[in-house]
Ligand binder design. Structure first.
Ligand code: ZN
Length: 144
């Protein structure tokens, strides 16, 4: 068989593989559901492009829920309690830090940004928006 004869076969193979990947991504029941909420289509060609590498790293850490907030550090025994550094006493999860904490100015700033951009003030929608992720990187003075 010539290389020209293989092209239709290769195209068919790629199509089947992509469909299998898409089916697996949408039918998973437990693994990867948090990331699925942020990126429902695994084979989308609409990739998010960030201005800086540090914003991209931060976005992926937040999307995979593996960052340097106290709750994550507590899971790997690098923080005693895992609670917020502010006086609120709640577990410092990503959602708490970015949305719910009443003691830090970060949550209020993100609420204003989401209002200006007219996007929902929920974690999945925040983690989908490049502009918000760039602001997270810009506004936070600690490594996440
Ligand atoms: Zn707090």
């Amino acid at each position: 068989m010539t290389s020209r004869g293989l092209r239709p076969l290769l195209a068919c193979l790629i199509k089947v593989t992509v469909e299998q990947l898409r089916y697996t991504w949408t039918s998973m029941e437990t693994t990867g559901r948090r990331f699925y909420n942020v990126q429902p289509d695994v084979v989308s060609r609409d990739r998010i492009l960030f201005e800086t590498r540090s914003a991209e790293v931060l976005a992926h850490r937040l999307r995979f829920r593996k960052c340097r907030l106290n709750s994550c550090l507590h899971k790997i025994a690098l923080h005693d309690t895992g609670t917020c550094d502010s006086s609120c006493g709640q577990a410092e999860t990503i959602e708490h830090y970015l949305i719910n904490c009443s003691q830090n100015e970060i949550a209020a700033a993100f609420k204003n940004i989401c209002d200006q951009l007219k996007i929902s003030f929920t974690l999945p929608s925040i983690l989908r928006q490049v502009a918000v992720l760039e602001e997270i990187r810009r506004l936070t003075h600690r490594q996440l």
